[in-house]
Design a protein around this ligand. Structure first.
Ligand code: PAF
Length: 284
């Protein structure tokens, strides 16, 4: 079932709450794939009812990014949600979420702004304001759905860490459940933006997971110095790759590491054929 308005969704949720059912929320921007399916299935296994939000959130896109061409595939999304056992899709319009003229009147929004220390690095460095947009919409979704549990993929690990911080800092009564990255057999992490890639570009995109798995192998063989581990990456890159970052950071607070340990996450972002891809791996 697809619901487009906040008031309609709230009615349904009230009924579920009266029945004493726990509620899981899987926030998405649609173009759902097996990674999202795993989040929905996790929610279904833990919660009485599962809401999947499908909303391409305009305020988390920076000027010049792919807001207009971001894949919108609600009919196929509904099929995937049903297969995974989700109960309701919440697919509001931008006007439903932010009011008419929302894009022109961003100044009038109340934003949730996460700490600069968490947002001035990795994806936040090139995507100014992105995490303000993410936290604002996720906070709104939490207020609309009032979930007991909310499910986020480790694919967007910086986002996951920032959302956990927001929930802790603002005492939001929801438990955040982190779900592992789902990969193709080739190693490529599933992403809605993979839809932009043709087969050749997909092959180029494999460099990200190859770099991460190779770094992890080196770490397991005893190399702990981050500079030495970084050096191992360059052999996987060619002229089609524009490396945005390769960084080693603490899994809880994103502090930079110079010596890798078991609480280190390696984060990578690469542009290939104009498409920006990200991936990460916790060492060990
Ligand atoms: O990860 C995403 O798809 C989005 O950033 C989210 C969490 C749905 C907020 O728009």
């Amino acid at each position: 079932m697809i619901i487009h308005t906040i008031s309609e969704l709230r009615k349904i949720i009230k009924d579920w709450q009266k029945e004493g059912l726990s509620i899981g929320l899987v926030p998405t921007m649609g173009a759902l794939h097996d990674g999202h399916k795993s989040l929905i299935e996790k929610s279904v296994s833990m919660c009485g009812k599962t809401v999947v939000s499908v909303f391409v959130n305009p305020i988390q896109f920076c000027p010049g990014e792919d807001l207009d061409k971001y894949p919108r595939t609600l009919i196929q999304d509904e099929i995937l949600v049903n297969k995974a056992g989700g109960d309701v899709i919440f697919a509001p319009s931008p006007a439903e979420m932010y009011g008419e003229g929302h894009i022109l009147s961003n100044d009038f929004l109340t934003y949730v702004v996460p700490p600069y220390f968490y947002t001035d690095k990795l994806c936040g460095k090139s995507r100014t304001g992105h995490f303000d947009g993410v936290c604002t919409v996720v906070n709104k979704l939490f207020n609309i759905v009032r979930p007991d549990f909310a499910f986020f993929g480790e694919k967007d690990r910086q986002q996951l860490i920032i959302i956990k911080k927001m929930v802790k800092d603002l005492n939001i009564p929801v438990e955040i459940v982190a779900c592992p990255i789902v990969r193709e057999k080739s190693g490529l992490a599933l992403s809605s933006r993979n839809k932009y890639l043709n087969e050749t570009q997909k092959t180029d995109a494999l460099a990200l997971s190859k770099i991460l798995f190779n770094i992890n192998d080196c770490f397991k063989k005893g190399i702990k110095d981050v500079n030495a581990l970084k050096e191992t990456a360059y052999g996987f890159l060619n002229e089609n790759h524009d490396l945005e970052y390769l960084e080693f950071r603490d899994a809880d607070n994103l502090e930079e590491k110079t010596v890798a340990d078991l609480n280190t996450v390696v984060f990578i972002a690469v542009k290939t054929a104009g498409v920006r891809l990200i991936d990460n791996l916790k060492l060990g």
